[in-house]
Design a protein around this ligand. Structure first.
Ligand SMILES: [Zn+2]
Length: 299
């Protein structure tokens, strides 16, 4: 089913990377720059992530001995430095997720570079470590994103959805490893219900969402893929959902032959295989299109 599976370390059947986007209330202020402060209930909902959930996630990970990757907007790191320090001190990875959760593909290249650098500088200030992984806020990867993150020394992106396994994304400025995800492994479609964000999903039980997440896991295990999710502490860090996240990790461990790794570890592994010639990833050249399709101008 998967044409070009990656040879995983120690003969593992698949790789698993748990990722969390610690957005906190950044998106609320971005969407409501003038009156985000008046939306107190929504603020409280998002602040639950850094103030309540992060510590819980870290405790569960410590119990099971699994490291996760957290993607953090620079503004969130400035606003909630304790949460970010807790993540780093526990040995998890901190990646970059914009500055104020801006929309990269709705701004000029210069503006995008400004906000990306600003987020980068904040993370370096607070963690002391240059982030290596990037996820575009809202998955809104732009035509300039790859150029910018190559310039800043990132080694991988995980904003796109074009494969089941890590591969290369290429632009004129160079190559980067892409760790693809998908919407079924995001928790917003399963759980998030908030009228200020105009996102009103029918809320699923943890078991229903878990069935979807684990179907992806068993498929990746069977065919050598990479399971990479995108959860949010304010959402899946709530108690009932954390019980489910813990059960998932336990079931994956019990299944056996699974390589649990951060995004950075998967990237380093794939780069090593490329360097020693034992794996040739698929290459996706970006951007896919430039402007209107010519077909629209022919009629
Ligand atoms: Zn986000």
């Amino acid at each position: 089913m998967i044409k070009n599976p990656v040879p995983w370390p120690n003969g593992a059947r698949c790789a698993v990377t748990f990722t969390w986007d610690l957005d906190a209330d950044s998106l609320l202020h971005l969407v409501y720059p003038n009156d985000g402060d008046t939306k107190i209930c929504s603020n409280s909902m998002f602040r639950y992530g850094p103030l309540i959930a992060v510590e819980r996630i870290i405790e569960v990970c410590a119990e099971l001995g699994i490291k996760h990757s957290f993607f953090v907007p620079g503004w969130v790191a400035e606003q909630y430095p304790e949460a970010v320090k807790m993540i780093i001190d526990a040995g998890h990875e901190v990646g970059h997720h914009g500055y104020i959760h801006e929309f990269p593909n709705e701004m000029t290249a210069d503006k995008e570079e400004y906000w990306t650098r600003r987020g980068f500088d904040s993370l370096v200030d607070i963690t002391g470590i240059a982030p290596r992984g990037w996820r575009a806020p809202w998955y809104k990867f732009s035509k300039s994103s790859l150029d910018i993150i190559l310039k800043l020394g990132f080694t991988y992106d995980c904003s796109l959805m074009g494969d089941d396994v890590p591969h290369i994304i290429r632009c004129a400025a160079g190559d980067m490893i892409e760790l693809p995800g998908n919407w079924q492994l995001d928790d917003w479609p399963h759980f998030v219900h908030n009228n200020d964000m105009d996102y009103m999903m029918t809320i699923k039980s943890p078991d229903e969402a878990k069935a979807c997440y684990m179907a992806e896991f068993y498929a990746m295990w069977e065919y050598g893929g990479h399971w990479l999710n995108c959860f949010h502490p304010f959402c899946s860090g709530q108690v009932s959902r954390m019980i489910m996240v813990k059960e998932m990790m336990e079931e994956m461990q019990a299944k056996g032959d699974v390589w649990f790794a951060t995004g950075e570890e998967v990237t380093n592994h794939v780069n090593k295989l490329i360097a020693d010639g034992s794996y040739t990833p698929r290459v996706d050249e970006l951007p896919y299109y430039n402007g209107r399709l010519p077909a629209f101008d022919e009629s």
